[in-house]
Write a protein that binds this ligand. Sequence first.
Ligand SMILES: [Zn+2]
Length: 400
Amino acid sequence: MFNRFFRCVLLTTLLCMVSIAPGFAAKSPVIDVTSVRLGLHKDKTRFVLEMSEKPDVSVFLLAEPYRIVIDLPELNWQADDSAPRQKGVIQNYRYGLFKKHTSRVVLDVDGPVRILRSVILPPAAGKPYRFFIDIQRTDQASFMTAVRERRKEALAKEVAMAPQPPVQTPSGKKHIVIIDAGHGGIDPGAIGQSGVFEKIITLGVAQKLNGILAKNPAYHPIMTRNDDTFLSLRERVAVARGAGADLFISIHADSISRPDFRGATVYTLSETASDDEAAEIAHTANRSDLIGGVDLSAQDDTVQGILIDLAQRETMNFSVKVAEMIIPEIAKSGMKTRGRSHRFAGFRVLKAPDVPSVLVELGYLSNREDEKILKSQNGQTRLAQAIANAIAGYFDAVDP
Ligand SMILES: [Zn+2]
């Protein structure tokens, strides 16, 4: 099943509207969700959440596939959600932490819809706060108009909230290394044979790598995430560029329908993928935004795209150097490496134009032996050390 194969890289590659919260003064409360209901009425489908507090809610539509996205404060989901998740236009729903202070509920709908009403009711008759939306079918043109309007708003917001440079500039000539733990929050990444989530593995290895590098005065490591939070691709790249990074390492683990497949692969960016498989992975990955429910339809405009492309050609060679150093180190760590372990693909996560970037697929969670290594503390430490050795080798080579 191709789906599973792509699952791992799927969410590394999201483009979405960035809405970085500008430092909340007070800490946001976590709101309990105590009940969830779907209701079918003559001319509409209703989705209801009962909650312990009055939430701030943002509702919008996304296309391809048709979805309704509901952003809420951080939720503590206590509702029984074992009842059927399909009713009327709603085919399914899912939820999870989208980023710090924001949980996201995504409703998959079966066609173009419009939001008739979005309402918060105060507590009454023994019921707590209730949030509901009424959804009605509509035509494709009206749906797309609503999607486009939302996209314009999101882009305007993004421009207003361009990435900030880091508060503290690291002193001296330390090499700034961005460690990017793949996936997180609402996006679990690949799921292993034993049910382990890729997002847990990637964070474990990232934290160990961070620990190793932090001990060496030559490095200033920065993690894109250090907890179970969803980060869009754009936010990940923004961390690298805002910090003036010298190197960007994105950490992942793969999954495939063939359980005998093993080993690590290291990807660098190329405009043309090295083979059909890599091309297909990148193509699918770059179009997929299913789990996080983010909008990747807003593309680079052409001029910007060309400028980025020019800058990337300079850094691509450096990325290749890193990749070629990581593979033998991983092989020494005990994890297998695949036949052609270094591949090129058009991953958006690697497109910070001025920062050499690699994406490491540490191994296959769909393979029992690989999964055992990836899950174990010892295995994670060995992999982190392997990457750290490669980083040292790289900087020795390019900046002796
Ligand atoms: Zn992944």
